[in-house]
Design a binder for this molecule. Sequence first.
Ligand code: GLA
Length: 333
Amino acid sequence: MAASDTGIRASAPGRVNLIGDHTDYTGGLVLPMVIDRETTVTGTWIEEPRWTIRSDDMAEPATFSVPVVDPAAVRPPWARYVAGVIAEFENLGAVVPGFEGEVRTTIPICSGLSSSAALEVAVARIILQASTASFAPTEVALACQRAEQRATGVPCGIMDQLSIVSGRRGSATLIDCHDLSIEYVDIPDSIEFDIRFVHDRALADSAYAERVDQCAAIEEEIGPLRSADVDVLSRISVDVLRRRARHVISENRRVRDFTAALRSADVVTAGDLMTKSHWSMAHDYETSTPEMDRAVEAALREPDVFGARMTGGGFGGCIVVMRTKRSRSASVE
Ligand code: GLA
């Protein structure tokens, strides 16, 4: 490929999860939607087998040779997301040429809006422009999920990558994380979702991995959480595991009910389910923080708000608020 092949460009949006958090890694239901903030990678193919990407948000550029041998060893750490995606596509048979360019993003970093997944998907879309093989959207999402897991060591689920790869502006994406099937859910005209940043995420990686382990321990005791009902809770002997299971089981139910409520434009029921989801995460799953709880309570005191909850992995980040429509459909304040 010649260095004069200029003008390579690919983008991917961030996502907000409307409801269904910490359900994806047990094959449950999630309902995210893409937002009006995105990450864009631009650059040129080069002869040398090396990737170099600069970012105004990062002190050091991501630079490493291709093929990628060990993405987890690449420095600086943000380069691991890029190298991880390349390594995954190389494993799938793609031949990835050298590239030089830059990345820009309007997605706030470390705020639970999937800036890392957006970077992964944008890099994947760059790679696909050089590839003769084609990949289904689900394969792209799974490759990006594996890249994130290898880059960070965190056993994340599929929600972020799949919602970004398959999202449509203005609709939410109902994902069954067991069979990866997707349905689009229209947002009623009368409402919109505000995304409000509360504080940076802290200790998120270790606490996330602990929740994943706890769910695995629960499933050893009672079988798959995705198909469990609340009557199994009495069989779980350890209190903390019983509460974790109650969140996951009730959250899957809330995703179903919220989807039905949106489809029938029952915004009062939908808002109530969002708020219940927040308190389930705060009390049973313990992924909220006092500041996030206060932000939810403050939002609920506003006259045109129907419901509010923290969104994403938790331990900081953003809350999502469902309110009477002012102008746009999903925006970061
Ligand atoms: C993070 C993970 C997702 C999902 C959410 C919680 O965003 O990357 O896979 O588990 O947390 O719902």
